[in-house]
Design a protein around this ligand. Structure first.
Ligand code: G3H
Ligand code: ZN
Length: 282
């Protein structure tokens, strides 16, 4: 069934565990996330990024409707979330398109401007029954960005600033920079667990880990134990998808029906989803 991010995250927080959110690019991604969640017997969040919406010609309502239909048909509780929104126009389309939650990303802006833009997004969101996640600090590696030094000052999230930010904006959850980066194809990130603990102590709202594809299993477990409530995974699904397609086509020069290689690629993504969900099982 289709459930809300708010209820999944609040239940997870109350039970000291985390909920996983997976990025949807194609319909096969959504189907794989549903299948993986069913296998694992766990809920999950289906998230669509602004970049993915742009890839599909900006047709938010159509992508959301297809993804929501997959969620409704599933036996697993699945939520629909709009991810890394930088455009206010797209934010405002979220309500009509059936999203219960949005990650509004003003993290590139200087602190005061981030606060102002995010507080505005939260005001709008709460007026429309939408749960809002925002980001403070910079989780690097976003599409079209130069690589970021995750250790440079001002990149990691400062706990006192994060507490002030949460109070000033009224956000429902906060994405923090603690050593992960987006789009990693190897799981070699090492997180600052002391910082996660300090953030958990200082910030009253659930914390979100972005770029979790590059974080090893034990580091994810430790991050959840230290208080991360939402674990965002995108690239790991694409690694599984593309690896499967590449392997199939390398051994087959004749197939033309894409369903022949999309079916195993979708299964490979479902396996990755189930593995991440298994990791988060208490
Ligand atoms: O918001 C999406 C996530 O942060 C995904 O990051 O593709 O590096 O796993 P990832
Ligand atoms: Zn992210």
């Amino acid at each position: 069934p289709l459930v809300s991010t708010a209820e999944l995250v609040s239940t997870a927080t109350a039970e000291h565990r985390a909920v996983a959110a997976f990025n949807v690019i194609t319909l096969e991604h959504a189907e794989a996330i549903a299948a993986g969640a069913e296998t694992a017997g766990a809920p999950a969040i289906l998230q669509i990024s602004e970049n993915a919406v742009r890839f599909h010609g900006g047709r938010l309502a159509a992508i959301a409707a297809a993804t929501a239909a997959v969620a409704r048909a599933s036996t697993a509780p699945l939520a629909l979330h709009l991810d890394h929104v930088v455009s206010t126009g797209l934010l405002h389309e979220a309500a009509g398109a059936g999203f219960g939650s949005v990650m509004f990303d003003a993290s590139k802006l200087p602190y005061e401007e981030n606060v102002r833009a995010t507080a505005e997004a939260v005001r709008w969101g709460h007026g429309h029954g939408i749960w809002i996640e925002a980001e403070l600090g910079r989780v690097g590696g976003k599409e079209g960005e130069a690589p970021l030094d995750a250790h440079a000052p001002g990149v990691r999230t400062d706990p006192a600033e994060a507490a002030a930010y949460a109070a000033a904006t009224g956000v429902d959850a906060l994405a923090v920079a603690v050593g992960s980066a987006h789009a990693m194809t190897e799981r070699t990130a090492s997180l600052d667990h002391a910082l996660i603990a300090r953030l958990r102590e200082a910030v009253p709202v659930p914390l979100v880990l972005h770029g979790s594809s590059g974080v090893p299993d034990d580091e994810i477990r430790a991050a959840v134990a230290a208080g991360m409530a939402k674990i965002n995974v995108g690239t790991a699904l694409n690694t599984a998808f593309t690896g499967s397609v590449r392997e199939f086509l390398a051994g087959d020069g004749r197939t033309v029906d894409p369903r022949r290689y999309l079916a195993p690629a979708r299964d490979a993504m479902a396996g990755t989803v189930a593995a991440f969900l298994g990791l988060l099982r208490p």
